[in-house]
Design a protein. Structure first.
Length: 476
């Protein structure tokens, strides 16, 4: 379960929620501390002149520092404040029972600011020996009249403890509950979100399992985020292709089985007649042997085509790279079909300029011969199979070899699969052919870095076009 996408999404959302809560809590804490400090400091600065005036009156009346702080301790405690009197950098009186008497009190202000503190309060932070922090506001009392000129002023310091730690402790439980509720709400939302995201992916995974078990009629509902919808559409397309490929393969196997069974039946029949002595005269025996030889050659060609196509598709065939005169090659290929074309009443023609391409001459001859064989075989008596060679006008740097016939043509819906080795619907797969010739042509051309195209309309013949890279080297 921990390695599922849903668990990982849920965990990542939970971690993200926790991080957001921690950052929000820290930000709130720091902001609250700043606000509290500002409020306390403002109150202390506002009360400093009044407190200083009271201290001045008592000091002028001859009250000692300890008595002054004792007199003012009660009203100060009501405001959660504390009074210190500092002289010569040391605390001489403390309203909190003299706790800090004798302790040093650093005044981090410039002399000019300290001189002005007789009129304007100064604010700061004081850390007591026990580590507790206080915010304070101070004002200076000038030495009484008649004192020495170098006499140090008396500093009246009113301070309050920073309440932030106490406030945090007071609201810690409420903050904890709020964070817990927010975390639970985030987890619940994360669960629904992760489920919404992973549900289509889970359906795709289940569909893949069903296809693996042989259920090829499955169709996924396209839903979810845009990326998941794209995956679902591609999956449906893949399933459709698998179904088509399976159907084509089954049809191909049936066709090849028929093409193998037919010559085997003929061979078996004539050989059995020879063995049983049914054929007695030498002439009949000669004819039977001739038929057996022809049928065995037909089987051999079919097996050779299957093996050749398998090697081409697996990349086991090494293509030589040499300059090849394409028109010369096409002329030699046409010469092989002159006799078959004459017997059928089909005219062959070759036009164009001779161009050099880079490739394996034997394999290119095989591809050209397969196209010519396909054209002659499907062109009726009185028809024409024309071959054209030259530079491709619409493809710079490429040469073209075009084979055009005047046969019955190929229906438009069959054109996309005409080179499919398992497809049995187009005209190139009929009339005694196992349907491997065009597949072999495509694999040979692909191995040369080129492409093969087909154009056709019913009753208007078919045009096959091979595009190959021009050679930059002269012919040997």
């Amino acid at each position: 379960m921990t390695n599922t996408l849903r668990f990982r999404l849920l965990l990542s959302y939970a971690i993200l929620t926790a991080i957001i809560l921690m950052v929000a809590g820290l930000t709130l804490t720091l902001a609250w501390r700043s606000v509290q400090d500002r409020v306390i400091r403002t109150r202390l600065v506002a009360a400093a002149p009044l407190t200083t005036r009271l201290v001045r009156e008592l000091w002028r009346n001859g009250s000692p520092p300890a008595t002054i702080t004792s007199e003012l301790s009660r009203p100060l405690q009501a405001r959660n404040a504390r009074l210190l009197l500092v002289h010569h950098g040391r605390v001489v009186a403390d309203s909190a029972g003299g706790e800090l008497v004798g302790a040093s009190f650093d005044l981090p202000f410039s002399p000019a600011r300290l001189r002005r503190s007789t009129r304007v309060p100064l604010a700061g932070v004081f850390t007591a020996p026990n580590g507790r922090e206080f915010l304070y506001a101070l004002m200076a009392l000038s030495p009484p009249k008649g004192a020495a000129s170098d006499a140090s002023p008396l500093y009246v310091i009113q301070m309050s403890p920073r309440r932030f730690p106490d406030i945090v402790r007071e609201i810690a439980a409420e903050l904890g509950w709020a964070a817990l509720m927010a975390l639970l709400a985030g987890l619940l939302f994360s669960w629904f979100l992760s489920r919404w995201i992973t549900r289509p992916l889970t359906q795709i995974a289940q569909a893949a399992d069903q296809i693996a078990q042989g259920d090829l009629d499955l169709h996924l509902e396209v839903s979810g985020p845009a990326e998941v919808k794209h995956v679902a559409r591609q999956f449906n397309h893949m399933a459709q292709e698998v179904r088509a490929s399976r159907q084509a393969q089954q049809a191909f196997i049936a066709n090849v089985s028929h093409d193998l069974k037919t010559p085997l039946t003929v061979i078996q029949g004539f050989s059995q007649a020879l063995v049983e002595g049914v054929i007695g005269d030498p002439a009949s025996a000669q004819r039977a042997a001739h038929v057996i030889h022809q049928e065995s050659q037909r089987m051999g060609r079919l097996v050779d085509q299957l093996l050749d196509l398998a090697r081409l598709e697996s990349g086991q065939v090494q293509m030589r790279r040499e300059p090849v005169a394409l028109k010369t090659l096409a002329a030699e290929a046409l010469a092989r079909f002159h006799l078959a074309a004459e017997r059928k009443g089909v005219t062959l023609s070759l036009v164009g300029e001779d161009v050099l391409v880079e490739g394996d001459r034997d394999r290119l001859m095989q591809a050209c011969a397969n196209l010519l064989d396909n054209g002659v075989r499907h062109t009726p008596e009185g028809g024409l199979v024309a071959c054209r060679v030259g530079r491709a006008v619409d493809a710079p740097g490429m040469a073209e070899l075009v084979v055009q016939d005047t046969g019955p043509g190929i229906p438009p819906e069959m054109l996309p699969r005409v080179f499919d080795r398992f497809y049995q619907g187009d005209r190139a797969r009929r009339r005694g052919s196992a349907g491997l010739g065009l597949s072999i042509v495509q694999e040979i051309v692909r191995a040369h870095g080129g492409r093969v195209e087909v154009r056709s309309k019913p009753d208007q013949g078919a045009t096959f076009r091979i595009l190959l890279h021009l050679s930059s080297h002269p012919a040997s």
